[in-house]
Design a protein around this ligand. Structure first.
Ligand SMILES: Nc1ncnc2c1ncn2[C@@H]1O[C@H](COP(=O)(O)OP(=O)(O)OP(=O)(O)O)[C@@H](O)[C@H]1O
Ligand SMILES: [Mg+2]
Length: 393
């Protein structure tokens, strides 16, 4: 089965981005005997702490990107805002997976939704806008409530404003909040219809260069302040909704020609129909449960996909729930006096990302609990988190 394109253990895997996703990828890669090279501007980046080598440089530094390419057998990413033009250049030196074309779409909310629609995937109603007049026109078509977002560089609900009515003051304050009071036309925005959903779900789908695909089970996601708080797996939806969610993820991964992972966030509408919200061409916070609950984690699957190895099983061995540990929860700072009490909860795993500074809204780590049912896993992870945060139980 010798295949010239297979990247075997011993090879060097380059990662753009050194956050927690890169850290968990690097730990899996090193377990499998690969070398890991991380590009990240931070001196003490979570992934750099566990990688073989670290290029400490800004993502916008073309020389650093070239160095990453020259020293790696394949380049993958955990951060999707890398400069597409630079990636196109280094693609001449090394395979970049997923490729720059996928990033170009995933970096832009309008292109993402255009791509979905052209693949026959349902989304919320939306309009690209850049000026106040375009915003007024879009609101007249889409109605209220609606949400105005920056088309690029949004994460964890940043760069978003809900518009509850089409009054001049509501329009002005949303525009100012999202553009930082820039003049008309300087920033690309998107106005989206406010989806009345019964649940948010996500699917992480892997795809190889040969077009083989495998989806992990559907996760049910609960957000707090527009940041993922808890994921429950399997999502407590009927089979038809789960089928739609997997189909949306596969269509997007295939349609975009992803080699690697594509995480797809979706809304389950009150009408029972699944709508694509956004895609991320990398491992996803809602897929962390795979480390404990599946034979192969999302991180190993990313490695398998980008190295041309056979994809692993995505079976769910046991229901699971994951809870994020945020920098604003007392007790997730360095001491973590409640760790022992938290780990006394059955079938519970603790992950901390090695971030020294706990800031509000910063993801410091997570807990995953397994159980006989999704509800039992959820109860356990909630109990473990309150013990960890409160320092006792
Ligand atoms: N059109 C919408 N209708 C209803 N809720 C929405 C809509 N857009 C966003 N939200 C809510 O805000 C959350 C964050 O939005 P979105 O996923 O678009 O932004 P993000 O900043 O890229 O988030 P992240 O990077 O954390 O996934 C969603 O998970 C959802 O709860
Ligand atoms: Mg999101």
């Amino acid at each position: 089965m010798a295949d010239a394109d297979v990247i075997l253990p011993g090879a060097t895997l380059g990662i753009v981005g050194g956050g927690q996703l890169g850290r968990m990828f690097a730990l899996e890669a090193r377990r499998m005997g690969y070398r890991v090279l991380v590009l990240d501007p931070g001196a003490d980046a979570p992934a750099a702490q566990v990688a073989d080598e670290h290029i400490q440089a800004p993502f916008s530094d073309p020389a650093a990107m070239r160095a990453l390419a020259e020293r790696s057998d394949v380049v993958t990413l955990e951060w999707e805002n890398a400069d597409v033009a630079t990636l196109r250049e280094i693609e001449r030196i090394v395979p970049v997976r997923p490729g720059p074309g996928v990033l170009e779409v995933a970096q832009h909310r309008v292109r993402e939704k255009d791509a979905a629609r052209s693949l026959g995937v349902l989304t919320a109603g939306y309009r690209a806008v850049a000026t106040r007049q375009e915003l007024r026109d879009a609101l007249a078509e889409i109605g209220t409530p609606a949400v105005l977002k920056t088309a690029r560089f949004g994460y964890d609900g940043k760069g978003q404003a809900v518009i509850r009515d089409a009054s001049t003051s509501a329009i002005e304050s949303a525009f100012a909040a999202v553009t930082g009071d820039l003049q008309d036309g300087l920033k690309e925005l998107i106005l989206e219809e406010w989806v009345r959903f019964t649940m948010e779900v996500s699917v992480v789908c892997a795809r190889t260069a040969r077009g083989e695909m495998a989806c992990f089970p559907v996760a049910e996601n609960v957000h707090r302040n527009a940041i993922l708080d808890v994921s429950i797996v399997p999502a407590r939806v009927d089979d038809e909704v789960a089928r739609q969610a997997r189909e949306v993820a596969e269509r997007m991964a295939e349609g975009l020609g992803v080699v690697g992972l594509l995480a797809v966030e979706m809304f389950v509408g009150e009408d029972g129909r699944v709508r694509m919200n956004e895609v991320a061409p990398r491992p996803h916070n809602s897929g962390h449960y795979t480390l404990e609950a599946c034979p192969v984690s999302q991180f190993e699957q990313q490695l398998r996909a980008v190295c041309g190895l056979p994809l692993g099983s995505t079976d769910l061995l046991r229901p699971a729930a994951m809870a994020n540990l945020m920098g604003d929860d007392a007790g997730t700072a360095l001491g973590r006096p409640g760790a022992a009490e938290a780990l006394a909860v059955p079938e519970t795993a603790l992950h901390l990302y090695g971030k020294r500074e706990a800031r509000p809204g910063r993801k410091m780590g997570h807990l995953t609990s397994l159980g006989s049912t999704p509800d039992e896993a959820l109860e356990r992870v909630g109990r473990a988190r309150s013990r960890l945060v409160e320092g006792a139980g």
